[in-house]
Every structure is written in structure tokens, then in C-alpha cells.
Design a protein around this ligand. Structure first.
Ligand code: KG4
Ligand code: ZN
Length: 361
């Protein structure tokens, strides 16, 4: 069975061909990231315009790489939500038109559920596990049992990726913030600055907006005014090539305190996530954890989770780095699962910007 995955939830436009649920024949991703960098975050209008411009070419490239014809496709799975409404509409409309023209079934997929299934393309999905989703727009813990998903907790304010991005902005490190902070933190002391852990009534909920403010206060305490921070940011950025989003190590010498701040921030948010994930596994009496989303590319988070997994005897899955970013192969994978469970979408399918994890999709 060949499934076409279509992903346009935010700033990426992606089409993939998945054979059964286990073999990626193609997974083409066109990102509009470079168009948003000068604005310090994703501009919805630019993102949806990029999706519209790219979708047809990305689809044809996916067919070409998979060496198949449109008539070979058996199923179409498209991201229904959550995401930016303009971008979602592009993929959903494209998928509906193709499904109608080819006379093949269509399935709307929840983007967040797909992020976690990116772990199980070349290996079977465990019967029970805890899902930890750490992305730019969402942070949540879920309990998965035989394909059914139950939400245990989620962020009450900012998502973890959003916190990385906002802290990076405060420090003048550019967008996206995650990779920039990770690189800066390598030579920093993760225990230099202790950040207070936020308290939640639900032990599986998260909060990341307080630490962003704490970072700002820390910087102000050091008598760095916003003007100075911007100057630091500028001078760090000066030598960077246009394509690169990373800071050169030599330029970090200009502000050594940045390294400790980046490392301490990364350490704090990682610790909170790790502790809650292990607590969820204990609560549900499961020994398996699957991680997904853009922040799951973070090496420090991976190392800390691996360490605690060893101590607690847990098995932990991380997606391959190429599948941590938004991509259509994971959408196709979730689509196949839903199709096998008897799910079909109608031609009335529409993008749902606030679709919830574990909800109807
Ligand atoms: O999953 P994703 O594409 O976003 C949503 O679907 O919402 O992830 C993007 C997020 C951004 O916030 C980016 O800063 C973060 O993932 N990110 C990272 C790393 N790579 C990407 N955060 C921390 N460390 C990284 N290495
Ligand atoms: Zn995503």
C-alpha cells in the first residue's frame, strides 16, 4: 500500500510517499524558515504563501523520488491541525482535490500525534507508552495504549520550543532559538544560574513563560540594558553567513556570561521535562517513552532522558533527526494507522488550527 502524506501546518511544505507503514520512499520538505528570520519568528502570511507556491512542485518531487505515478497512490493523509489556518488550508485543499481526482480515500491527521509516530516508521509501535511532545507550539505528556491516546498534561502558557525561541531573542541570537542556544550552551556551566521550578496543580502540566522573564531579569541585574543586548546580538551575528543560523564559537567570546545563561536555561527546562516524563511513566506503570517534536533534536535533552532511562530501567525512543522537523512521512504513518482502524475523512474535511492532542481528528 502506498500512502501520500501532505504536511503544511506551519512554515514547512512537505509531501512523502510511505510504503505500508514502514518504508519511506520519499520525504520532500521545503522550508520557508529563511523568509522569516529577519522578523524573528514565523509570519503566518509568508508561511501560507510559501506553502501555496511550493505544494505542487514538492508533490511532483515526492512522486519522482519514489519512482511512482499518481495512479499508484492508494491513500492520502493530510495534516488537519493544529497549525496556522492559511497553511493548513493549502495542504487540506490540495489533498482533497487529489483524493477526488484519483478516487482514493482521504484521512485528516493530527500533526501532534504524527510527531510521536515518527518514532515508529521502521520499528513497531509498542502497545503502551508515554508520549512526550516537545515542539515549537506544543508541550505535552500523553498515554498511548493500542493506538488510543489520552492527554495527561500540557503547557499552561508557552511551549518549550517557544521558550527557546524567546530566550534566544532576548539574547539577540536570532531565529530559530533552539539550535542557537544548544550550541552556545555547550561550553557553559549548566548549574551557574538556578532557575525556580514552576508549580502546577496537575503534576503533568508544564509552564515555560516564567523562566523567560527570569532570563530577562537576570540580564537586567547584570546591568545590561536592552540597547546593549541588541548590540551583543548584532556583533555576534555580524560574521555569520546568510544561510547559517548558528553562532560561530569565536564570536561567543565577546560575552562569556551568555554561555552560562544558555546552559543554565537549557538545563532547567530539560530537568523539568525529564522529571515529569518519568513521573508519568511511573504513574501509568509503563516502561516505554517516545519523544517527538522539533526540540527532540536537542542533544542535551536526549542525553538527560537517556541517563534517567538507564537509572529507571526505561526504554526510550527518539525519532531520527531528519524526522524531528515537520515532515510528511510522519503524517502518512499516522494516516495508515487511522486507515487500518477504519477511519475515513469526508470531502468536508477542513483545517482546524486548535486541534487537540488525543482529540477527534
Ligand atoms: O516541531 P516544530 O517544527 O514546531 C511545531 O510543530 O510547533 O519545532 C520547532 C521548534 C522551534 O521552537 C525550535 O527552536 C526548536 O523546535 N528546536 C530546538 C532544536 N532544534 C529545533 N530546540 C532546542 N534544541 C534544538 N536543537
Ligand atoms: Zn511540528
Amino acid at each position: 500500500m502506498l500512502t501520500l502524506g501532505v504536511e503544511t501546518s506551519c512554515d514547512e511544505t512537505s509531501c512523502a510517499i510511505l510504503e505500508d507503514d514502514s518504508r519511506i520512499l520519499s520525504n520532500i520538505v521545503s522550508s520557508s524558515l529563511f523568509r522569516h528570520q529577519e522578523f524573528g519568528g514565523v509570519v503566518p502570511e509568508i508561511a501560507s504563501r510559501h506553502c501555496l507556491e511550493q505544494i505542487d512542485a514538492v508533490y511532483h518531487e515526492a512522486l519522482k523520488e519514489a519512482r511512482i505515478q499518481p495512479s499508484d497512490i492508494d491513500l492520502i493523509a493530510a495534516t488537519q491541525g493544529p497549525g496556522l489556518i492559511g497553511s493548513l488550508f493549502v495542504g487540506v485543499s490540495f489533498a482533497k482535490a487529489l483524493s477526488y481526482a484519483l478516487g482514493i480515500p482521504l484521512i485528516g491527521v493530527n500533526h501532534l500525534e504524527a510527531h510521536l509516530l515518527a518514532n515508529f516508521i521502521d520499528q513497531p509501535e509498542p502497545e503502551k507508552y508515554i508520549g512526550l511532545l516537545v515542539s515549537g507550539g506544543h508541550t505535552s505528556l500523553t498515554y498511548h495504549e493500542h493506538g488510543k491516546i489520552c492527554l495527561l498534561g500540557s503547557t499552561v502558557d508557552d511551549a518549550i520550543g517557544e521558550a527557546f525561541d524567546k530566550v534566544a531573542k532576548i539574547l539577540g541570537l536570532g531565529y530559530p532559538g533552539g539550535p542557537a542556544i544548544e550550541e552556545l550552551a555547550i561550553k557553559g556551566d549548566p548549574r551557574a544560574i538556578p532557575f525556580t521550578k514552576p508549580k502546577q496543580t496537575n503534576p503533568f502540566d508544564f509552564s515555560f513563560s516564567g523562566i523567560k522573564t527570569a532570563v530577562l531579569y537576570f540580564v537586567e541585574k547584570k546591568n545590561f540594558e536592552r540597547r546593549d543586548i541588541k548590540q551583543i546580538g548584532k556583533s555576534i551575528r555580524k560574521g555569520r553567513s546568510k544561510e547559517s543560523v548558528y553562532i560561530k564559537p569565536s564570536q561567543q567570546e565577546e560575552a562569556p556570561w551568555l554561555r552560562d545563561l544558555a546552559a543554565s536555561f537549557q538545563h532547567a527546562v530539560t530537568q523539568w521535562v525529564v522529571q515529569k516524563t518519568v513521573a508519568a511513566a511511573k504513574d501509568k506503570k509503563v516502561k516505554t517513552i517516545a519523544v517527538g517534536g522539533g526540540v527532540s533534536a536537542n542533544t542535551y535533552l536526549r542525553a538527560q532522558l537517556q541517563e534517567v532511562a538507564r537509572e529507571e530501567g526505561l526504554k526510550i525512543y527518539f525519532p531520527p533527526l531528519s524526522l524531528t522537523v515537520d515532515n510528511a512521512a510522519m503524517i502518512a504513518r499516522r494516516g495508515v494507522e487511522l486507515y487500518r482502524n477504519g477511519k475515513r475523512s469526508e470531502m468536508t474535511l477542513s483545517g482546524v488550527p486548535n486541534l487537540v492532542l488525543g482529540g477527534k481528528s
